[in-house]
Design a binder for this molecule. Structure first.
Ligand code: SF4
Length: 475
């Protein structure tokens, strides 16, 4: 079949990331569409005729896309989309159908599993919505379309049947393991110069999945209790080698929920990276109890120049309330080890969870004073649809269940009503936490030394300081 995979245009000029749970506006980075490139690879193995456009990466707008479809014919168009801006994203379906009503449109969004009915009702030109892992669906789905078979045999999709009724096949027939996936079809990307992470200076850049899913149960998180599967060290290193040698990639972000979940694999991967003389610098996310000094030192030698830790709070009471499953002492230890290994630390905090009060905020301030992370990312609790926290909010009537699906998706902290922690001035607390770092000479010295030991970051950090870059998170 003749299939086009399209990474949709930017939103009002702002780059959009559409990778699994991560549907976000990202003015500070441009991610290559790894999910679409893996889908391309799966379909090419089945001899489908694949084309790819990265409208986001190349900054092509909908008028370009419109003209493109007037000239070209495809049997199927596949895309990922950010449901929170679906009015904008799903214009693609009108454009495709306007040019060729026979072309089948297939979309994937993380939130499809919650709002398939609403999405398919509101956007009649979207034919099929993948509501589960697209890698486990796409091959059978396209084969069925090609053979004019019945869609009711395909698990993990929602669609309209011949009577125009919306149907859902929730259960996947089988879930493909990430280790069994082919390498993304990187040859479809002309240049990785179009992509960067954190700063336009950190390029050419690629987003790589070394594993996927998370077995933990943090109450505020969308990915909690999802099936974890991981690639082998050999396959990750093969991908890095290809990206370095064939695509001149210099920076990678491992997009796993928890990169260090499988210690043995990480150690093996670090050894192989050294052996293969791979010079790519990389970033990852981790949990504080899943690192140790030996592993961190090996990661540093293998190119790691940044770890983001979801510490969330310096109060044990709040960590317990979040069901985080970590201890403040573990967080303290992990950050000390990371500094000893000379890896820059990004500390993520989440203020205002259930039970937060003046005392617990004070404990977080003390934690920040004692650890002085180079980067501090602070969020306020928000009723993110799909998290356990939202269930708690509904039970306690902290949010209104009657809001529309789009309001639910775009809910913010201000939608919480009679929620005790919001009597605290969290905006003031955020400023206070930032000042703890900025007015501490020791933090400046630590940051300066960190930069000197991670030279790739010097210019991007200086640039960010000058520009005061900001970010808008949708999730
Ligand atoms: S916050 Fe991190 S560790 Fe917790 S459930 Fe989500 S991905 Fe897993």
């Amino acid at each position: 079949m003749k299939i086009l995979l399209i990474n949709l245009p930017r939103y009002n000029g702002i780059s959009v990331t559409r990778e699994g749970r991560c549907e976000l506006l990202a003015p500070y980075r441009i991610d290559p569409p790894a999910t679409l490139l893996i889908i391309a690879s799966i379909l090419r193995e089945k001899n489908h005729d694949i084309e790819f456009i990265d409208a986001n990466g190349l900054n092509l707008d909908y008028s370009y896309v419109n003209k493109f479809f007037k000239k070209r014919f495809f049997d199927v168009v596949i895309f990922t989309f950010a449901a929170k801006i679906s009015d904008y994203e799903l214009k693609i379906c009108e454009i495709v159908k306007g040019a060729n009503p026979e072309c089948i449109t297939i979309g994937y969004s993380w939130y499809g599993k919650y709002f398939y009915q609403e999405i398919l009702s509101e956007y009649p030109n979207l034919d099929i919505l993948m509501i589960e892992d697209p890698f486990s669906i796409i091959e059978d789905l396209i084969t069925t379309i090609e053979n004019k078979g019945e869609l009711n045999n395909i698990g993990g999709i929602s669609y309209r049947n011949s009577n125009k009724n919306i149907k859902i096949n929730r259960e996947l027939k089988k879930r493909v393991k990430i280790e069994d996936l082919p390498l993304p079809a990187y040859d479809l990307v002309k240049s990785f110069q179009n992509y960067h992470i954190f700063s336009p200076l950190l390029r050419p850049y690629a987003l790589v999945y070394a594993g996927k899913g998370c077995p933990y149960s943090c109450q505020y998180c969308l990915v909690a209790n999802t099936k974890y599967s991981s690639r082998t060290a050999d396959s990750i290193v093969k991908e890095l080698k290809y990206l370095q040698n064939e695509k001149c990639v210099k920076y990678v972000w491992f997009f796993d929920e928890i990169f260090t979940l499988n210690r043995k694999k990480i150690i093996e991967m670090c050894v192989k990276i050294k052996k293969e003389k791979i010079k790519i610098k990389w970033f990852c996310d981790s949990r504080v109890e899943l690192v140790d000094l030996k592993m961190l030192k090996m990661m540093k030698k293998a190119g790691c120049i940044g770890i983001s830790y979801g510490v969330e709070s310096g109060s044990q009471k709040i960590l317990n309330s979040m069901n985080k499953g970590t201890k403040v002492s573990q967080a303290m230890q992990a950050l000390q080890w990371t500094r000893k290994a000379r890896i820059p630390i990004q500390l993520n905090l989440l203020l205002g969870y259930v039970g937060e009060n003046e005392e617990t905020l004070k404990e977080t301030e003390i934690f920040v004073k004692n650890t002085l992370p180079e980067i501090l990312q602070i969020s306020k609790i928000s009723p993110m649809f799909g998290s356990e926290f939202v269930k708690l909010c509904l039970k306690n009537q902290w949010i209104d269940d009657r809001s529309s699906w789009k309001e639910k998706l775009n809910a913010s902290p201000s939608d919480l009503k009679n929620y005790p922690p919001l009597s605290l001035d969290l905006d003031k607390e955020i400023k206070k936490l930032r000042k703890i770092l900025r007015f501490n000479p020791k933090w400046w010295i630590i940051t300066l030394f960190t930069l000197l030991r991670n030279k790739d970051l010097i210019l991007p950090v200086v640039g960010a300081f000058l520009k005061h870059s900001s970010s808008i998170n949708l999730i």
